[in-house]
Design a binder for this molecule. Structure first.
Ligand code: FMN
Length: 311
């Protein structure tokens, strides 16, 4: 998720969940080919397994960037066909590509030829007035015929005009059944469902129909749900407590500050929801949202925020 799931966020989430597959923010082919490639691609080995999400439509460029990602050690390359923002539409990136399934098929074919790791596609169930089962099925079928076997379906359509990206995550109605019809029609495909999944129970329910579930906002705002999912989905009872996780970030923050001069707030901003739902969470959040902005702030802000949680 743009501006959210950067490498610091992923490092933090990995401490909570050893098993979840994590995704980068969307990185455009333009940024990788013409921009500061290392900045966009670098990540810590501790983050594995991690998928690099690309935004683009030119098959050669996407193949080149997929190769960069694979060479950099990513475990999967994902193509974004779900982002409705105006800016990306103009670059023929994101959800607008659902109107051009042939382009996506060509891109996917080129990416698959360029790398040995899975190439996956994240899409919506439709865009604008194109919201029929047939439209989605045609998109999935063409991309499947190009060799893609893994799809993440955000189970709501989006409007390319008139709604902001934020509104496009709430206003069009969620329709899990439509994504379920696709799974039923293509049982050999790996289909992950996404959209408004907020509880362990939600995930367990979706796993009756789908191969996996992707959590976006809930995982960011209430990250400890990932620990609960470790137990419930991955049968992993060896999960760290919230406090241990917060403390485990201290050496990471110190290292990042030392090696790259990373401001402490760039890391702690992802950690404010760790105690969500518990008494004391408000105080912890408040301290962790303010202290890191002060001059001279260092990793000790974590201990101070934890004291606030207990107080
Ligand atoms: C701040 C923010 C940034 C996002 N950036 C991306 C992105 O870069 N790529 C992507 O595929 N989806 C992106 N999304 C959409 C989410 O991945 C997800 O599809 C959507 O929020 C619905 O799932 P949720 O209800 O679990 O959040 C973003 C969502 C948010 C809130």
């Amino acid at each position: 998720m743009m501006d959210w799931t950067d490498r610091h966020c992923r490092y933090f989430h990995r401490l909570i969940s050893p098993n979840a597959l994590l995704y980068t923010e969307m990185v455009t082919t333009g940024a990788l080919i013409h921009g500061d490639r290392q900045r966009f691609l670098n990540f810590s080995k501790a983050e594995h397994p991690v998928a690099l999400q690309l935004g683009g439509s030119n098959p050669e460029d996407l193949a080149l960037c997929a190769k960069m990602g694979a060479d950099h050690g990513y475990d999967e390359i994902n193509l974004n066909c779900g982002c409705p923002s105006d800016r990306v539409q103009k670059g023929r990136i994101g959800a607008i590509l659902m109107k051009e399934p042939q382009t996506v098929a060509k891109a996917v074919e080129a990416m698959i030829a360029a790398v040995d790791i899975p190439v996956t596609v994240k899409c919506r169930i439709g865009i604008d007035e194109h919201d029929s089962y047939e439209f989605l099925d045609q998109f999935i079928s063409l991309v499947k015929n190009a060799g893609c076997t893994n799809f993440i379906i955000h189970a709501r359509k989006c409007w390319l005009q008139g709604l902001s990206p934020k509104e496009n995550r709430t206003i069009p109605k969620i329709n899990y059944a439509r994504a379920g019809e696709i799974k039923a029609a293509h049982p050999e495909l790996n289909i992950s469902v996404n959209g408004d999944i907020k509880t362990v129970k939600d995930v367990q329910e979706h796993l009756k129909t789908f191969d996996s579930a992707m959590l976006g906002r809930e995982a960011y705002q209430n990250p400890y749900i990932l620990a609960e999912l470790e137990k419930a989905v991955f049968n992993n009872n060896d999960i760290a407590s919230r406090i241990d996780i917060a403390r485990a970030m201290i050496p990471y923050i110190e290292q990042q500050m030392k090696d790259y001069g990373t401001p402490v707030k760039s890391i702690t901003r992802h950690m404010t929801g760790l105690f969500q739902g518990l008494a004391g969470a408000k105080k912890y959040r408040q301290l962790l949202s303010t202290l890191p902005h002060m001059d001279g702030a260092d990793a000790n802000v974590i201990e101070v925020a934890l004291e606030g949680f207990y107080s």
